[in-house]
Design a protein around this ligand. Structure first.
Ligand code: SAH
Ligand code: SF4
Ligand code: F3S
Length: 470
């Protein structure tokens, strides 16, 4: 299949596997295998990347552990989306200096989106000298090679050059769950929303071959995975770099045709290219969960234009109408930013009125955080912090009311749910998810975990439903 974005040659992936084998041989000579800990910040894409990092570490003969206490290798997979996320990473990386003093052979690695920001790499180089290895997301497949270089004591390794990225297939993966799995279908982002750092950290949009994706989903379904989420920064751009007319709705429909008792989800959809074709597939395919995360960011068209989102308030509302006409029970979630530079109180009111008009099931609300190197960071931002916080609080309050009302409408209904884990409250020892991914607490036999069951909803809160087995 012809394509316009590069794929890493199989022999280069093979070479990384040989580095893994070399390190495995080396680790086998130790009395106990080295303990490796991967800490993940940020989005599902990072969660999926961490499963690859753990896969490579396991392939190198490491024991994967759940916390940094006593770890021989620590990998911090970072997120750069907001200032707050970065501060947490700097704090936690700073604190690792004590452990390293006790265990000077410990290797500390920092990867993910922050590693791809020049000012971060510079700060780590100068002020966090206990960090041995720094590499950006596009270099992830070369982790064994980098770690080997650190082992061979060639000093600290920094691989943070700007990189548009390629597709790496066939990396080992160590999945965190037995029921739910992520499947990346594409990488990178070309949208350059004016506030967002992702296009600078994740490189250009590039799609995996449909055959490889479908094969991965089939293997997951065969192994009993029940909930499979297709991942990309903007899944609706899937296939633009591929020949053969592959686009996201077609991929989704082909995935839904794979035999097995599982549900498919996808994240994230950009409204500008969420099409009626996609909504038709959602309506047509029983295996596609009736849920969509469709970030609107602002309810005001001037702000949307300044954000470079390339749709208007009316176009967004039209999409929702078109979607609900086809999938009436669709669960809708979204992201919104409060306090974009220059957003006025009147413009914020449009965001409030949009959430009242749409009535999302849940909303992820963020206060704007300036990101170095993005166009929005250069804009005048006259609104004081307190005013932004007050608007934020009003938005959260309105959404909490809507979420509660939406949950109340479930009471008395019976939902087919996947029982997916143990709950923390002994009165409700199990958790489950509706097809629309709403959380349900219930009590029952833990042997039911991993099965679908009909649950009658009896009560609710803003954030969850409560029910009993039918
Ligand atoms: N690719 C996804 C979003 C990834 S980032 C999409 O386009 O939908 C997740 C969310 O973080 C965004 O939807 C946005 O609401 C928020 N976000 C991104 N950059 C931000 C910034 N600089 N300040 C505050 N919130 C931001
Ligand atoms: Fe960021 Fe916009 Fe790309 Fe989403 S679509 S990752 S918000 S630039
Ligand atoms: Fe964060 Fe990078 Fe994801 S900035 S949200 S980890 S793409």
């Amino acid at each position: 299949m012809k394509r316009t974005t590069p794929v890493i040659p199989a022999e280069d992936i093979q070479r990384q596997k040989e580095y893994c084998a070399e390190l495995r041989g080396r680790n086998a000579q130790r009395p106990v295998p080295p303990r490796a800990y991967v800490d993940t910040y940020g989005c599902q894409q990072n969660e999926a990347d961490s499963e690859l990092l753990r896969g490579m570490l396991a392939d190198m003969g490491c024991a994967i552990v759940d916390d940094d206490q006593g770890a021989d290798i620590i990998v911090i997979n970072t997120c750069a989306i907001r200032e707050h996320a970065e501060q947490r990473v700097f704090g936690n990386v700073g604190a690792l200096v004590h452990g390293k003093r006790k265990n000077p052979d410990q290797i500390i690695c920092l990867c993910g989106c922050m590693a791809q920001e020049p000012h971060v790499a510079q700060r780590i180089r100068q002020s966090y000298r206990h960090v041995d290895l720094v590499f950006g997301p596009q270099q992830l497949w070369r982790f064994p090679e980098f770690l080997r270089r650190v082992y061979l004591r060639r000093g600290r390794v920094f691989e943070t050059d700007q990189d548009d990225g390629a597709i790496a297939e066939g990396l080992p993966v160590r999945r965190s769950g037995k029921l739910k799995a992520w499947v990346s279908i594409m990488y990178g982002c070309n949208n350059f929303c004016s506030y967002c750092i992702v296009p600078y950290t994740r490189g250009r949009e590039r799609s995996r071959e449909p055959g490889n994706i479908l094969q991965e989903i089939k293997a997951l379904a065969d192994r009993g995975y029940k909930d499979i989420t297709l991942l990309g920064q903007n899944v609706n751009s899937y296939g633009k770099d591929l020949e053969g007319g592959w686009e996201f709705p077609r991929l989704l429909e082909a995935a839904a045709a794979i035999p097995g008792d599982f549900l498919l989800r996808f994240m994230t959809s950009h409204p500008k290219d969420a099409t009626e074709k996609l909504f038709d597939v959602m309506a047509r395919c029983e295996k596609v969960a009736p849920v969509i995360h469709l970030p609107f960011q602002s309810g005001n068209t001037r702000v949307l234009t300044a954000m470079n989102r390339r749709y208007t308030r009316e176009q967004y509302l039209d999409k929702i109408r078109a979607l609900r006409a086809r999938v009436p029970n669709v669960v809708l979630t979204s992201d919104v930013i409060v306090g974009f530079p220059g957003e006025t109180d009147a413009e914020f009111e449009d965001t409030l009125s949009l959430i009242e008009a749409v009535r999302f099931d849940a909303l992820f609300t963020f206060i704007y955080s300036p990101r170095k190197g993005t166009p929005a960071a250069e804009l005048d931002d006259p609104m004081p912090k307190e005013e932004k916080s007050a608007n934020f609080d009003r938005l959260v309050e309105a959404q909490n009311r809507i979420s509660l009302e939406k949950h109340q409408a479930y009471i008395g209904t019976v939902q087919r749910c996947l029982i997916d884990g143990a709950g923390e409250d002994p009165r409700n020892n199990l958790t489950a998810r509706t097809a629309g991914n709403r959380l349900v607490h219930l009590s029952g036999d833990p042997a039911l975990i991993g099965r679908y069951a009909d649950i009658r909803i009896t009560a609710c809160s803003t954030w969850a439903l409560f029910g009993e087995l039918v």
